[in-house]
Design a protein around this ligand. Structure first.
Ligand code: AHG
Ligand code: MN
Ligand code: MN
Length: 335
């Protein structure tokens, strides 16, 4: 019988045997995982834990904050600020960066997160998650500033998410493929349950919020129209549709069985590139998808190549099975 491999053991082996990560990054990932475990417990308590409903405040993007958005944000900060591995953090729920207080040692990493993704699903008991991205603080220069965070997604040194669904799972990449861990609640540890995750290149499943159809740009309309025509149309095959409204859960499904996920630009707010945030939603998910053999673009370029200009900047997202993402991206080239 083979021994189950815990997250701790996987990370130690990535550091010691495969030389993929330094010790500080290993510590950082252990701490993020521990925070996610804490968030998972809060999520599971639901109405018994006073975690449901609105907090009555708004975040920097003008979205109403749920209690769990704030709880998850606090859990991540409290877990990460004292370990000495981080210089600063940034979050969907904080206007500006959170510099590690002077009373703690400062490390060389920057951590970005969407503490609670899929907030609209909290109160209806549907899967939600936490998304995170790790960057290295650029060398030179004392202190840390927002500018230090503005690095293209291709520079990430680790990225992942934790999905709080029927099972709590942590999905991770350090640039060595995608691995999945399932939380063993009795042991209190994440156990490796899937390695060598591969997104099939072809798919017959797409994910998009169809209620926005009338607002989409022509390339996205064309792609979805062709899917809807099924086997009688140009694609010659039937398509299925799924939309969970938690990016974490939609991306998790795509990592498991393929598909294409789109949150494109639309004309409701033409000056916004899209709804999703580049640095702590699109970048980590794009890296995971690429590491699993899929693709991710904004319709015009690889998301991981975009040079951010603002911490909370938004982006149009098309990611998943490579051949479908290539097709949607090609449709954008003609406009
Ligand atoms: P968040 O809860 O962190 O604000 O993110 C919600 C995002 C994403 O998870 C999801 O794919 C999308 O918003 C859902 O949007 P719709 O409400 O348009 O379905
Ligand atoms: Mn989100
Ligand atoms: Mn969120």
């Amino acid at each position: 019988m083979t021994q189950p491999i815990s997250l701790s053991r996987y990370l130690v082996e990535e550091q010691r045997e495969r030389g993929k990560i330094p010790a500080q990054l290993r510590l950082l990932l252990e701490v993020v995982a521990r925070a996610c475990k804490g968030i998972s417990h809060a999520v599971n308590k639901g109405a018994l834990g006073d975690v449901m409903g609105s907090a009555g405040s708004e975040n920097v993007q003008g979205e109403v904050q749920k209690k769990l958005d704030i709880i998850a944000n606090e859990v991540l900060i409290e877990a990460n600020e004292w370990g000495g591995h981080l210089a600063a953090m940034a979050s969907e729920e904080m206007d500006s960066i959170y510099v590690v207080p002077n009373r703690y040692p400062q490390g060389e990493y920057l951590l970005l997160f969407d503490p609670l993704d899929g907030s609209s699903n909290i109160d209806v008991n549907v899967s939600i998650g936490t998304i995170f991205s790790v960057l290295q603080k650029p060398e030179g220069g004392a202190g840390v500033s927002e500018q230090d965070f503005l690095q293209a997604g291709a520079k990430q040194v680790a990225a992942g998410y934790c999905v709080y669904g029927p099972q709590t799972m942590l999905v991770l990449t350090v640039g060595d493929g995608v691995v999945m861990f399932t939380l063993d609640r009795e042991q209190g540890s994440f156990v490796l349950t899937q390695e060598h995750v591969k997104v099939p290149e072809d798919t017959q499943e797409f994910a998009i919020n169809m209620s926005n159809m009338r607002h989409w740009a022509p390339p996205v309309k064309r792609y979805v129209d062709e899917c809807l025509q099924g086997q009688d149309g140009v694609r010659g095959k039937n398509f299925n549709m799924r939309w969970i409204a938690s990016m974490v859960a939609d991306v998790h499904r795509i990592l498991m069985r393929g598909g294409v996920f789109m949150y494109p630009w639309d004309q409701r707010e033409p000056n916004k590139p899209g709804k999703l945030r580049l640095m702590y939603e699109a970048n980590p998910m794009s890296w995971l998808i690429e590491q699993a053999g899929g693709a991710s673009t904004n319709g015009h370029q690889r998301i991981l190549d975009i040079q951010p200009t603002q911490l909370h900047e938004r982006v149009s997202v098309i990611l998943g099975s490579k051949n479908e993402v290539d097709r949607v991206t090609a449709y954008h080239a003609n406009v």
